[in-house]
Design a protein around this ligand. Structure first.
Ligand SMILES: [Zn+2]
Length: 393
């Protein structure tokens, strides 16, 4: 029996002066008032479920600080990331991913959706957090795309239960994107794809010009052969996603109201919002509130240390609590726990009882200091105090 000043089940309202009964790693009961029997009293804290990070690239976890500088042009940043990946020692990859997975666990993340660059065997990483991998596919030119698709398909066959990650519409031709999504549909796998991350992406897809076009040319590619698309690019991708078992639309920073409205018709598509990465690039406010109002499922991710100073998902929760105050705090907590638990249930191999503190769910919890007497002050405390894993004996 564990008592705390507050329990935040997420699936229901916060409970003051509350307790949870735990047996065999599972919660058997949640209540309030004076508990009976042996009690471990954690005092002035709020207990919460462990966190779920819906977007990582752990291979960049050795970055001590983001690549580039705040406000860097998106295409400039991509150029630096490609150079950094090119210069990195492949033998360090297992160390980097291990570093990242340790950081995830130590900061409260129990489950992460990871973009994997195949070939890489994630069983080499002894990760306490469960990692679902989405195998990245990219390549503007057909030969590179075919090679990457074969590698990603091999990854899925041998190493994982996740899905494909067609990288983005600016790193694939429209035909290649269609074919990887067709393959995902054929084998019943979900996808995760960066979409509408920067205004430059819309410019490339709809006019064939702009900084991303210049970047592709500087890499010796011929963007004029593939861009602009002859259809509304983001509606086209959303239409393709709607045919899949499940799709994670990563970022969506630049989606227009009409595209958000269209997206809201498809309950199999969720948006991954990476708040501090969005902030790093200095993009204008994210339409997360509009998405939530339209009934779209939104979840939170850190993205990688190439655009974020750390992989602590609680810092993303706090960023949203502090910078998007029109969103109900309870909704913000759901985006890091309950909602992604629902999305990823069925893809998990270890445990699928995550995301809420309720009978039958995992007793893995975190604690945040609070001396609050009311729910408003409780959320204020959550917005500024750190999250610590509760370690049961
Ligand atoms: Zn990403």
């Amino acid at each position: 029996m564990i008592r705390a000043r507050w329990i935040v089940p997420v699936s229901s309202s916060p409970i003051a002066n509350a307790w949870v009964r735990v047996s065999d790693g599972k919660i058997t009961e949640v209540g309030s008032g004076k508990p009976s029997g042996d009690v471990l009293d954690l005092g002035d804290v709020a207990l919460l479920p462990r966190l779920i990070n819906s977007h990582t690239h752990l291979e960049f976890s050795d970055c001590q600080s983001p690549i580039g500088y705040p406000g860097i042009a998106f295409s400039e940043w991509i150029k630096l990331v490609i150079a950094s990946r090119f210069a990195s020692d492949p033998s360090q990859k297992v160390n980097n991913i291990t570093l990242g997975s340790n950081e995830l666990w130590n900061t409260g993340t129990v489950l992460a959706a990871e973009i994997a660059t195949p070939p890489f065997d994630y069983t080499q990483v002894k990760s306490a957090s469960e990692i679902i991998t989405f195998a990245e596919v990219l390549g503007i030119e057909a030969s590179r795309f075919e090679e990457r698709l074969a590698s990603a398909t091999d990854h899925l066959e041998h190493h994982g239960v996740g899905g494909f990650s067609p990288h983005s519409p600016y790193s694939l031709s429209i035909e290649a994107l269609g074919s990887v999504l067709e393959q995902a549909k054929a084998i019943g796998k979900p996808v995760a794809m960066h979409l509408a991350e920067s205004p430059d992406e819309r410019e490339l897809l709809s006019t064939g010009r702009g900084q991303l076009s210049d970047l592709l040319k500087s890499m010796g590619l011929q963007p004029a052969r593939h861009f602009p698309w002859s259809v509304n690019p983001f509606e086209h991708v959303i239409h393709l996603f709607s045919k899949l078992p499940q799709a994670l639309l990563v970022h969506g920073n630049d989606l227009l109201d009409s595209e958000i409205e269209y997206l809201s018709h498809f309950s199999n598509i969720s948006v991954v919002f990476c708040p501090r990465t969005h902030h790093f690039f200095g993009f204008s406010n994210h339409p997360v509130e509009k998405m939530l109002r339209a009934g779209i499922r939104v979840v939170l991710g850190t993205d990688s240390r190439a655009s974020n100073p750390d992989l602590n998902l609680w810092h993303e929760v706090q960023f949203v609590l502090n910078h998007y105050q029109q969103i109900e705090p309870s909704k913000v907590l759901e985006m890091a726990t309950l909602v992604p638990a629902g999305i990823f249930r069925g893809l998990l191999t270890r445990q699928d009882d995550l995301g809420q503190l309720a009978a039958g769910f995992s007793a893995q919890m975190g604690a945040v200091a609070t001396s609050s007497d009311n729910v408003g002050q409780l959320y204020d405390d959550l917005s500024c105090n750190s999250y610590q894993n509760v370690v049961l004996g």
